[in-house]
Structures are given as C-alpha cells and as structure tokens.
Write a protein that binds this ligand. Structure first.
Ligand code: 6PG
Length: 240
C-alpha cells in the first residue's frame, strides 16, 4: 500500500480535508447522500477544523451528509475526552449539517451492551447496504495507536474477532477505559477507509499496518470491496 506522505501536521490536515471533501461530494453526487464515520483521538482534529473552513466548509453538501463515529469513550458528550465533543467543536458546530443527521454514540447509557446494540441498530436503519449484507459507509476515518489499535479495537481484545455485532463495548487498557467501537466486519464493508497518522511515535505501528501484519488490529482493516488509504506525515513513515 502506498500512503500519501505529507511534510507535517498542517499538510496532513489540509490533504485529509481535501481528500474527505472530494469523497463527500462524489458520494452525494452519485447516490444522493454521504455516510461518514469520524475518527476520534487528537490527530483528526486539525482535519475537521480545516474541513469547516473555505474552500470546503459550507460549500459541501451537508444536507446530504450523515455523521456517525468509529468509536467513543463512555464519558459525557461535554467531557474533554469525548470524540463527539471534539468533532462538534472542530467541525459540526461550524457547518450546516442537519442535527437529525448527526448520530453520536450513546456514550452515557450505563448499560454498555444495550448502548452498543442500539447504535448498531441505528446504523442498520440509516446506512444503506447497497445489496450487501452490511451497512456500507462511504468513508470511515480511522486513527492509529502506537500499539496498532484503531477505533477502540485494541490488541488482544476479543472484540477483534467479533464477526456478527457491528458495535461492541470494550474496556480499553488506556483511559478512558469504557469505550464503544465499531467492529472489523463493519469497517471492512465500507466503500473507503482512510487512516490519518502523524508523528514518529506511530512509525512502528504504521510499518506493521502497511505490511498488513495481522498481529496489530489496524492490520486487519482490509475493505472487502472498498478502498484503503493512508495519509501520513513524514515523521510517521517507516524508515526504508
Ligand atoms: C480514540 C481513537 C483512537 C485513536 C488512536 C490515535 O478514541 O482514541 O479512536 O483509535 O485514533 O488512539 O490517537 P491520536 O490521534 O490521539 O494519536
């Protein structure tokens, strides 16, 4: 796999925003809607902020966009660790996406399994299957942890081998521990998956993922009939 390599964080935000905007426009033009799952963590924040600005921002077909999350920490949506909260402040509060088309994970439901099952049902109701077995996102954005995790699919977690549920509760080894995550079958059903990776500390994990090493969770992301893309900064690129 050939990642798109950019010089640093600013270029990563610009390139990722442009890439995402183009995919959103193409999906809306082709099928009248765009179904997007946002990544959490810190890396995508600058991309979301850039996506809210000209020439993207309000020029994008937001009335046709449906926003979900790849994972969420089970904290209040206003908590600084909330992936919804980050995306809301960086992007969703700045663009005219219809409120009814923004679907935060039910992070505050005290019953984690009920929360996961409910979100899976919501995805099944909203995201078309296009003749396949599973709901098919137009784009799933993902980050990459130093240990090779992605979304909240961590090494050794039995959620990695989940073949039926679309969303699973997990206990992460890093704070906040309580998480909800989409699973590999749903990720691999997407039309496109885009990893955003920056920084030297991700080098080893990125090397494993680019080699599709199954020992790391992100190495198991292999869209069945979709595209897999990486936008990485030079610091994160494995040394050749
Ligand atoms: C999360 C993310 C997680 C993240 C990686 C990378 O909720 O934390 O979904 O998978 O993408 O941990 O995080 P950074 O971008 O902060 O390095």
């Amino acid at each position: 796999m050939n990642p798109i390599v950019v010089p640093g964080p600013d270029a990563l935000a610009e390139t990722a925003a442009r890439w995402t905007a183009e995919l959103m426009r193409a999906a809306a033009d082709a099928r009248g809607a765009c179904y997007l799952a946002l990544a959490g963590g810190d890396t995508p924040r600058a991309c979301y902020e850039r996506l809210s600005q000209s020439p993207f921002g309000t020029s994008l077909p937001w009335s046709k966009v449906h926003i979900f999350w790849s994972d969420e920490r089970r904290v209040p949506l206003t908590h600084p660790e909330s992936n919804y909260g980050m995306a809301r402040s960086a992007l969703l509060s700045r663009v005219p996406v219809p409120f009814a088309q923004v679907h935060p994970m039910p992070a505050q439901d005290p019953d984690a399994r009920r929360a996961a099952e409910g979100y899976a049902r919501l995805i099944e109701q909203v995201v078309p299957k296009d003749g396949g077995e599973l709901p098919r996102f137009d784009l799933i954005l993902l980050g990459l942890g130093e240990d090779g995790h992605t979304a909240s699919l961590f090494p050794g977690d039995d959620a990695l081998s989940e073949q039926r549920a679309l969303v699973r509760p997990v206990q992460a080894a890093r704070p906040p521990p309580g998480r909800l995550t989409i699973t590999l079958p749903l990720i691999n059903a997407a039309r496109a998956v885009l990893f955003l990776v920056q920084g030297a500390r991700k080098r080893s994990a990125l090397d494993a993922v680019l080699r599709q090493n199954p020992a790391v969770p992100a190495g198991l992301v292999r869209p069945t009939a979709g595209e897999l893309h990486f936008i990485v900064d030079r610091e994160a690129l494995p040394e050749t």
